[in-house]
Design a protein around this ligand. Structure first.
Ligand code: SF4
Ligand code: SF4
Length: 127
């Protein structure tokens, strides 16, 4: 699987704009240190290459949405008729849930490549 495909998190929280991913990709220790307080893990625990990679952040590795999508043999929740199911409704972070509810319909409408482009554009800082 190429690097970009590994970023297409099945829940719709595009990994390419995730702080854990960016800090690890860039070897940015200062950023990692700041994230330790957010996630309650040690600096070395701030590591991820994307939800579909071989190196997945400790919390995302056990995510029930990830497990559910994998079990259904689909690409993501955008291909599921039960969306938004209880796993989405019970998502532990309110901001994350809000993003999922926005992102999954967009993914469904645009297809994977354009959806990832759109997510990158949305979070890109022009400065
Ligand atoms: S799988 Fe990794 S990159 Fe994706 S959201 Fe989780 S921590 Fe971030
Ligand atoms: S039931 Fe459908 S919407 Fe819910 S986590 Fe599984 S694939 Fe996603």
């Amino acid at each position: 699987m190429d690097d970009r495909k590994a970023l297409a998190a099945p829940c719709g929280l595009y990994c390419g704009v995730c702080g854990v991913y960016i800090a690890h990709r860039d070897g940015n220790t200062k950023f990692k240190e700041r994230l330790t307080t957010v996630y309650g893990v040690v600096v070395d625990g701030i590591r991820c290459r994307g939800c579909l990679s071989e190196e997945v952040f400790t919390y995302c590795r056990v995510c029930p949405i990830r497990t559910c999508v994998s079990g259904k043999g689909i690409e993501g929740c955008h291909q599921c008729h039960d969306f938004p199911c209880r796993f989405i409704e019970e998502f532990p972070l309110p901001v994350g849930k809000k993003v999922i509810l926005r992102s999954i319909p967009t993914w469904r409408d645009l297809g994977t490549e354009r959806w990832m482009d759109e997510e990158e554009r949305r979070y890109h800082c022009p400065h």
